[in-house]
Design a binder for this molecule. Structure first.
Ligand code: MG
Ligand code: ZN
Length: 227
């Protein structure tokens, strides 16, 4: 007979890093996202989730969208950032209500934060909700918020491989704005190559070339979003 085993190492509940835990989180997020969408729809509010890297031009796009659309729609915006309210102030200058959402250390918005922010709004006096996600190309893709559509803003200054390197965020986007087109030549980036890269990942996505500083292409973004 062998000697009895000594103390067994036992995992406390919730102690093991577990892939199922992540799946549960994503499932819980999806459920709240669906509730958000139902609530917004019930009040006739269309939400758009704007994703992309830091510096891609998400805030500039929102500013231009607000200018183009504010006579047709009653607009509010959510602005997700770790700790700052810089972008939120910029958008507010265009005369729309903005709720700043600070995520602390989290690099994405989630449906629960949107649920909390929605409680700050009077949905009956609103038609369009523009949500600027945290600047990040990876996990915002995994956390639907309850928006009707998702748009990714890509800047040519991110280089020629940025779409092939981050395919997941494009799979669930209806529109992609390839921004700062005026800098494409200087960056050695071919615009049609980027467009083809998007089509390879998601052939249904509509690609628009923009310069959100001047407003070039923003009307096409409006049309691509069906607004
Ligand atoms: Mg921004
Ligand atoms: Zn994240």
């Amino acid at each position: 007979m062998s000697k009895p085993l000594g103390d067994v190492v036992k995992a406390d509940e919730g102690e093991v890093f577990d892939i199922e835990l992540e799946e549960n989180i994503l499932r819980a997020n999806q459920k709240i996202a669906d509730e958000n969408r139902d609530l917004l729809r019930k009040h006739g509010v269309t939400a758009i989730d704007i994703m992309g890297s830091i510096g891609a031009g998400k805030t500039s796009l929102i500013e231009k969208l607000v200018e183009l659309l504010k006579n047709r729609y009653r607009i509010a915006a959510f602005k997700g950032d770790l700790t700052t309210t810089i972008d939120a102030e910029m958008i507010r200058r265009h005369g729309v209500e903005v709720v700043a959402i600070n995520t602390g250390k989290e690099c994405h918005l989630d449906a629960n934060l949107i649920k909390k922010a929605v409680q700050r709004l009077d949905l009956n006096s609103l038609d369009l909700l523009l949500i600027e996600n945290v600047g990040n190309l990876i996990c915002p893709a995994e956390f639907p918020l309850g928006s009707e559509k998702r748009i990714v803003v890509v800047s040519v200054t991110e280089g020629p491989y940025m779409i092939v390197k981050h395919p997941f965020i494009f799979m669930d986007a209806q529109v992609v704005a390839i921004n700062k087109v005026d800098l494409a030549t200087a960056m050695g980036v071919e615009l049609n190559k980027l467009k083809n890269d998007v089509a390879e990942v998601n052939p249904k996505t509509e690609v628009v070339f923009t310069n959100c500083r001047t407003g070039e292409g923003v009307q096409e973004v409006v049309e691509a979003l069906g607004l």
